[in-house]
Design a protein around this ligand. Sequence first.
Ligand code: G
Ligand code: G
Ligand code: NA
Ligand code: MN
Length: 252
Amino acid sequence: LGLLSGLESAADSAQLEMWLQPKLELASGQMRSVEALVRWRHPDWGYVAPSEFIPFAEQTGHIGIVTHAMLEQALSTLGRWKLTHPLLSIAVNVSTLDIRDTALPTRIAGMAARHGAPLDMLKLEITESGLMSHADAVMPVLRALCELGVKLSIDDFGTGYSSLSYLHRLPVSELKIDRSFVTQADGAPEAAALLGTIIELGHSLQLRVVAEGVERPEEHSLLQRLRCDEIQGYLIAKPMPLVDFERRLAAM
Ligand code: G
Ligand code: G
Ligand code: NA
Ligand code: MN
């Protein structure tokens, strides 16, 4: 309960920080997109890990506080990058509860207008299980987001139970393969073949395919051979505060 009231005041006092983790586009060697990951800087407890408060916030219906804080920071950043880095997109994680909220698209459009942010540089990452658990309820919201130009990505793909016909109908543009598949594929031929099959599945659905959790050079080259579009993981960079990321951008 202390955690919960803490979360509410955390948002008000800017303790919910947006950290960024780059992704690397394999064909071009360019950075096209970064993922926003929340970090709670508590005045007494120090950094509270997302694993300690995200599941709790979801269960108690308070995830909207986190989502709103991340969207605000992402759109404000995109507004600033419009002139300096117009092709760099930011992906924000959203939970099932968020995408069942029919007011979400309008709220996002309002925030973007306020920050002068291009909506087509915003991406939302939604877990496969989140998409599947309320398939009918989320479809109108996904369509409305898509019409605004917001890009949608299926996170942790391979860990849920997608029906292929439903996947085909979803207005998503990207699939993020869960990191467990990347970790297992390293040195195991059958697991590497499975990874290749998931990448082909994504491509036959006309989706961009991103692999997460890439930690070793061998995984990087395997994913390059398998024609994965983008990779993300500690090998490329760990999540970092916005100021550190912008310092890196300036030095590139
Ligand atoms: O960055 P880290 O590995 O600590 O994140 C742990 C978990 O918290 C991951 O599953 C990640 O998707 C989730 N997470 C991180 N930031 C956010 C956020 O802003 N919103 C939501 N809903 N989940 C997040
Ligand atoms: O659920 P989601 O896919 O959003 O989880 C992202 C989480 O994965 C974040 O907590 C992030 O810090 C973590 N992460 C990012 N890259 C790596 C990596 O290369 N290895 C591991 N183990 N975790 C990673
Ligand atoms: Na994610
Ligand atoms: Mn993921």
